[in-house]
Design a protein around this ligand. Sequence first.
Ligand SMILES: [Zn+2]
Length: 302
Amino acid sequence: MKKQETLLEGIVVERFVPNKPHKGKVLAAVQAHADDIPLFAAGTIAKFIAEGYIGYLIQTTNDEKCGPTPSIGQTILSNEFEVDELAKVLGLKMVFNLGYRNHRLDEASPTELRARLVFLFRALKVDSVFTFNPWGHGEENPDHYITAQAVEAARWMAGMGKDYPEQVACGITPHTVREQYYWVARRGQPYNRVIDISNYIEEKVASMSTNKSQGPAGSQGSRLRAKLTEQALRLPELGDDDETADRQYIKLFGLKENRELGKRHGLEFAEGFYYVGPGGTFTGCIESTDVESYVAKNAVPL
Ligand SMILES: [Zn+2]
């Protein structure tokens, strides 16, 4: 089996990698809403957990606007339970709910949000982070881009000891997050890494099915099944119970983007990310290896 290959246009296609290459590494998936990770990154996260990562879920908002009941309180609660279920389905170890108001994250203090993320990145020793693209075009939801911008700033600032020095004084060691995976949430957003999720499609479908309160897929299958029953009709693919109907509906209609992306790169199902690796994107760095090799070649005795 090929591990990965680099295509001419610079896009890396990553397939399953055996022997747990990520053992000992930590990932954090930072979403604004209960349905973000399921839609954009669940297959990859399931793959990475299977390949050795320990994972954590961080959610910035309380999802108070997105649910079928008129009660805001019940909406928050049902989404919170579903995010706990999402973490279980993907094998993520813990959920951190930051609890900012849904659709109003742009009113939150940017430095408070950043400080909370810095604390978590340091305390959990996060190596790789998943979130929205902080500068991806077409994004109309402030919760998405505010989350992403806070993650982007916090991931390097977490490595600077003079930022939030009280954390460091209390034993929380500075720690830089070295890898960023920005998922593709809007058509046309860039990606340079295509990850084969064909082996993890059941986990992705199960994660999408946890979003009963919101999301484009969570309980649509059982609703369609009930509607058809009223009309004395049935779709055999939807099975005989609600959960089967929800998951089958997702398989039939909810994976179109993943199927199409996979097809373009010779895979059955894929998720795309804009990946920034160790070293980041800063163009002003001086590489210590460049200095060392120059000294080795050019230094002369006094
Ligand atoms: Zn969202």
